[in-house]
Design a protein around this ligand. Sequence first.
Ligand SMILES: NC(=O)N[C@@H](CC(=O)O)C(=O)O
Ligand SMILES: [Zn+2]
Ligand SMILES: [Zn+2]
Length: 424
Amino acid sequence: MRTLIQNAKLYYDNKISKQDLLIEDGKFSQVKDSIEPNADSVINAEGKLVAPGLVDVHVHFREPGQTHKETIQTGTLASAHGGFTTVGAMPNVTPVPDDVEKFSKQVELNNSESLINTLQYAPVTLDEISTELSPIEDLAKLGAFAFSNDGHGIDIAQTMFTAMERIAAINSHLCAHVEDQSLFNHGVINRSKISTRLGLPAINQAAETSQLARDILLAKDTGVHYHVCHISTADSVQLVRLAKDAGINVTAEASPHHLILSDKNIQADDANFKMNPPLRTENDRLALVEGLKDGTIDMVATDHAPHAKDEKNKGFLKSAFGITGIETSFPLMYSNFVETGIISLEYLLDLMATKPADVFNLRNAGKIEIGRPADFTIIDLDSTYEIKEQDFLSKGVNSPFIGDEVNGLIEKTFVAGKCVYEKK
Ligand SMILES: NC(=O)N[C@@H](CC(=O)O)C(=O)O
Ligand SMILES: [Zn+2]
Ligand SMILES: [Zn+2]
């Protein structure tokens, strides 16, 4: 089977240029100025961007346990709709895959239900909340993508230290949701003059930063690859910058919502603006953007957290934390940061594909390279459209970006040469 993509604006070999791309038997096989149209299918991509399939190391698919919010099928279809071909699925499903049997079952389920490449996180501790470590080495052997208790901080330093030592010994990755429970304060919104004005229980910034500072020192001691999930404050960016300068093996991701919104965007008691960590101040947002530009933040990750409507329509106090994000990530990042001249398109593709693949040693993802599985996406950068609830393929429509006008429409997404999403 041969598929030829003609006249594409192709991101290949670190630059975007007009090229033809041939896919044979599911793999990238040729890139040239012009390739003979001798193929089973020929796609004229004149004027369209052809990019490596995007990589998101932080999603929540809710299966098993909460399939009313999302299933692996709807989550991976939504991912393909967003241009993503590889994702890391967090382990806060029910049951948490914290032993060999549950983890094997989860991987089987992912493999049978996914339209794209779904990589599975293993929890650091049993049930994500215990202080007893999961069977880390066994879960790594079964293909754990990395280890995370996402949704919960690891409060006890000794638990974190021992986990880091064991994860370092097997060259895996510890991805931390940094949250000191005692400072989190049952809050629902960032602590600032906005929380005071709205009279809502507030989350101290130090809930994130104090645990991050501790973890960086533990990472220095253990040598583990320590990755910060959804970094959200100016002080966190500065801590990661200092850690990197000191040669500590720390990386960080930021979400589109923390890069685009701040708590000043919260105009009403609308839980589509409620997530953990919360939207911070404008000053924090600007520091995140600086961190993105100077490489302190290594990648964009969505923290795609779908919830049902009746779990998000109860205002800030009673609704669940989290927003859907995988379908809007590229168009939002493109419209807010590339079209405005803040970063280049090539750099955005690095942040959303090449760098996450490199940081997590995913050898078959993040780049168009001859011989690799043909995971790619075709994007119409110029057509402007409105983000609408009815266009989401995820079960979650809990987005603060509904109504925004964006550019960067995903037209088709391919995994191993097979089209898994096509715009209607
Ligand atoms: N981000 C969120 O607000 N919620 C996530 C958990 C998490 O990422 O911490 C969820 O699973 O819903
Ligand atoms: Zn989290
Ligand atoms: Zn998460």
